[in-house]
Design a protein around this ligand. Structure first.
Ligand code: 4NP
Length: 158
């Protein structure tokens, strides 16, 4: 293992109960399986703060549990003003999230981007709060996280 500096990833959606917690826990699981938990951390938050203090949506929890992914210890929170000090990269779920995050933190395309930038077939992660489709959401998030982690591993020789 090389001596890379720990990388802190933040996933952001609107409510921080459906998509971004799913991404946080999927990526954390992939990182653990790659034995990189001491090198890469994951967290998530929402642009709205509407669900601050709540657990993740039952639909998100169910699909994570079906996949054997841990769901414990989650508490919904709002995007902090100093997120760029705490996190190296911020991956958002759709264009509205991107606009809202950029409004609060400023534009920074090297560090703030859409999660779907890591796959060719999707332009955003549809919101299951409105679609009810947590399976579709999981598939897109899983694919993007796998691709992003591969890239991080390549860039850091780990
Ligand atoms: P999320 O989904 O942004 O993926 O967590 C939503 C959750 C809650 C609401 C909207 C979207 N809401 O209107 O409360």
């Amino acid at each position: 293992m090389n001596n890379m500096k720990k990388i802190h990833l933040l996933f952001v959606c609107l409510g921080n109960i459906c998509r971004s917690p799913m991404a946080e826990f999927v990526m954390r699981d992939l990182i653990a399986k790659a034995q990189l938990s001491d090198k890469i951390s994951t967290a998530s938050c929402g642009t709205s703060g509407w669900h601050d203090g709540e657990d993740m949506h039952t639909g998100t929890k169910r699909i994570l549990q079906e996949q054997g992914i841990d769901t414990q210890g989650f508490v919904s929170s709002r995007l902090p003003e100093n997120a760029l000090l705490q996190y190296d990269y911020i991956a958002v779920m759709d264009d509205n999230n991107l606009r809202d995050v950029e409004r609060r933190l400023g534009r920074n395309s090297q560090r703030i981007f859409k999660l779907t930038d890591f796959c060719e077939d999707f332009d955003f992660v549809p919101d299951p709060w409105y679609t009810g489709n947590f399976e579709e959401c999981f598939e897109i998030i899983y694919l993007c996280c796998e691709n992003w982690l591969s890239l991080i591993k390549k860039e850091n020789n780990c």
